[in-house]
Design a protein around this ligand. Structure first.
Ligand code: CAA
Length: 330
């Protein structure tokens, strides 16, 4: 759980691409476990590694590598895509910050003990008042019930309430008013993680359904050898390859310190389309059995729907890509 965390902080000291591959491989079996690992590594650990002071890194990174789960708390009921309109407020009182507000649809929140919370310390400055705080559950974060969801049901998603939540002044990460830029810069990277999750999911569905098509015979031959199905399988293989290349390329650019925001948005958008398409087809290839809960293929399809929603909806990814095109061509 500390894939990129340094060995000094008890992490694996591996690369970003290693994290991406771990997320992809976990998703081949269970996309819920994958997103738990993804949010913890690509969002929570990365915020502290990139923006934390030495003291903050020494304090939080070993715990996050060894024993405690992290959660990233940005979205609210009225600020999903419009994330910077968040209403959670923080006011300074002596050596502490007092937070009031609530967060919604927070991944990992049921099991997490360490929470990165985005709150506005000065609404008169608009989104330039957004600040990131690190808090622990025992400070008094109220965690409401788990949402009942279509997919990734083993991944917890809860509402959090902060009622005069007291956080020590030293728990501000990256400086007052810096939270909005940190949040989006981290999400730019995180989107490559979700692309990897969706890619692994699609591969997992493919791996389950394709062998079945060579075992199941109808009209005296394996159904996967009928041209109609063989061509669908071939097209799905192309889908997997394009999603994989976009995802690994975005990871490569990030690792080389090059611009990657556009490529990350493309990878996330495309991998979530591929995940829905391939897992949906996989159900059809397995026919009646695919539609039952017997094979687990239908679970991949239910899990795929979230890929177009969290860490920036598909429309947000398209808008991000469109802004780059407009800048280049106008
Ligand atoms: N990269 C870097 N900076 C960006 C950026 C990007 N992709 N998009 C916007 N910005 C910066 C701008 O440069 C600007 O900063 P300055 O004022 O310093 O120049 C600032 O953000 C505001 O820019 P805009 O007015 O263009 O942005 P906006 O307010 O219209 O929307 C946004 C910005 C909220 C980031 C939106 O584009 C977005 O990405 N929304 C989706 C939010 C999201 O991803 N939420 C995920 C929640 S966490 C999660 O899902 C985890 C999980 O459960 C798995």
């Amino acid at each position: 759980m500390g894939i990129e965390t340094s060995a000094d902080h008890n992490g694996a000291e591996s690369s970003f691409t290693s994290a991406i591959i771990a997320i992809e491989e976990l998703a081949r079996i269970d996309p819920s476990v994958s997103v738990l690992c993804d949010v913890h590594n690509t969002l929570v650990n990365t915020v502290i590694r990139k923006y934390g002071t030495k003291e903050q890194q020494d304090k939080w990174l070993p715990q996050l590598a060894e024993s405690k789960l992290g959660s990233f708390c940005l979205s609210e009921s009225a600020s999903g895509s419009d994330a910077f309109a968040l209403q959670t407020r923080a006011r300074k009182e002596g050596d502490s910050w007092i937070l009031n507000g609530s967060k919604m649809w927070i991944t990992n929140s049921w099991e997490a003990e360490v929470f990165l919370i985005f709150a506005n310390v000065d609404p008169s400055k608009g989104y330039k008042g957004i600040t990131c705080f690190v808090a622990t559950k025992d400070m008094g974060i109220q965690i409401a019930k788990k949402e009942q969801k279509l997919g990734i049901r083993a991944s917890s998603t809860c509402t959090l309430n902060f009622d005069d939540l007291k956080i020590p002044a030293e728990n501000v990460i990256g400086g007052e008013g810096k939270g909005y830029k940190m949040a989006i810069e981290i999400l730019n990277e995180g989107r490559i993680g979700i692309a990897a999750q969706m890619l692994g999911l699609a591969q997992g569905a493919f791996d389950k359904a394709v062998p079945y098509t060579y075992q199941r015979e109808q009209f005296g031959q394996p159904i996967g050898t009928f041209q109609g199905m063989a061509f669908q399988i071939a097209q799905a293989a192309i889908d997997l390859e394009t999603a994989r290349l976009l995802t690994y390329n975005a990871a490569r650019l990030k690792e080389e310190g090059k611009a990657f925001t556009r490529e990350a948005a493309m990878a996330k958008y495309h991998a979530s389309v591929v995940a829905q398409r391939v897992s949906g087809q996989a159900i059809e290839w397995a026919g009646g059995v695919g539609f039952t809960r017997e094979t687990g293929i239908e679970k991949f399809w239910r899990d795929s729907k979230i890929g177009a929603i969290y860490e920036g909806t598909s429309n947000i990814q398209l808008q991000t890509i469109a802004k780059f095109i407009q800048k280049e061509y106008s």
